[in-house]
Design a protein around this ligand. Sequence first.
Ligand code: NG6
Ligand code: CA
Length: 502
Amino acid sequence: MLTKNVLKVIYGVGMAGLLLSCASEKTEVKPNIVVIYLDDLGYGDVGAYGATELKTPNMDKLAEGGVRFTNGYASSATCTPSRYALLTGTYPWRNKDAKILPGTAPLLIKTNQLTLPKILKEQGYHTGIVGKWHLGLGEGHVDWNQRVSPGPNEVGFDYSYIMAATQDRVPTVYIQNGNVAGLDPADPIEVSYKENFEGEPTAIDHPEMLKMNWNDGHNNSIVNGIPRIGYMKGGKSAHWVDEDMADHFLEKAKAYVKDHKNEPFFLYYAMQQPHVPRTPHPRFVGKSGLGPRGDVIMEADWCIGEFLKTLEEEALLENTLIVFSSDNGPVLDDGYDDYAVEKLGKHTPWGPLRGGKYSLFEAGTRVPFVTYWKGKIEPKVSDAMVCQMDLLSSLAKFTGSELSTQDSEQLLDVFMGKSEKGRAKLIIEAAGRTALHHGDWLMIPPYDGPAVSVNVNIELGNSKDYQLYNLKEDIGQQNNLAKSNPEKLEEMVKVFKEIRGE
Ligand code: NG6
Ligand code: CA
């Protein structure tokens, strides 16, 4: 920790190259921070969280060597809002635009808004993001052939190497510090979410071109034989190869570490797995026996192992705090025919929880959540309630900053495994709907809308009645106590309204 000064003795060699300078310099070496963030990884997808049908040795190494949170939450049951909360320390429901964004959406974070990377930058950190962004880019009319701005570099990241939105959305290109990587100016790139570009094949007109079939949405432009959401034209030299994406981001993450090993760095390594389209590299195809979804989780686990090796080789592992988590819970069929359901076997991506991605039930937002720091954090399991939104204030404190936001609780001791006093209250969000955690209790207000999303076959948490669960006694949310415990319900509704400002 920063209070404990680490002695760094720098030996300088004199001009003649003979004299060993006796000037030793006492400097504080700030620990690096890495957030490894998966996309749609479920509570039950990790061995350390109970998965038996799928092997995740590297995720387990973090979970078993650090603090493994059993009540760790993403703010939301979908991607964009969770990432917004993670980076801004602000509840996404305060921002009406914080919902799943198309690839052409403007930047969701204001350039004058406080962000985690901004705070760390101010504390002397070099800050980088590699992987999925999905928080919008530009101001509404992006010309992808010019520098795309504002984006991650304008809200606190010194370095960015990203995909704009999701692997299933156009543009299917990497963007480095605002510029489409590998773009040939003679083949300009155009993107639209409204209409196709003349002569460009879509999944509807050209099903024979597909190597992966769609069953819901995902029937616009075809890139690499995969049908996407949105239309795109040109930029061929810049198109990513889906099967190489994991290796590609890994290489960029490793290079970032090597390039910045001599200064404190913050790396947000936002991996794309196991979000659709699930495209494991050929060396992982068939390896899990659970189909592509299992294969890409194995691939992600391997990437984490390789990344940890790099930290080890660079002698940085003992000076790096690692946070491992996921942006929302699991989904099987998310719009492509990739046999996630058919090949699931006995695997339970949601673990003992009810629901999944898009749901207000627990599996939507309760996710694997680990803090790991070799030699500094004692391994333990913590039942304290923490949210990714709390990382802003807590990591600020970790680096010596007092900056925080109204919604981000400073829980550094909890993240370091020194306290069990987590949050008392948390509002979770799923597709614009919200619910309240308070102590062991969860209250879901009445919502119209289907109980089950037929397309993804997930219970969304909607009911015309109030729902009240005691999660300590009923982790699977089978007993709605709203009617039998009206006092508790009333208290929960009151607290919910207070926080929501209603
Ligand atoms: C949905 C997509 C789904 C996924 C999700 C975003 C359809 C039918 N479904 O609209 O496939 O892309 O958006 O996922 O198009 S998230 O993890 O980025 O929030
Ligand atoms: Ca996600």
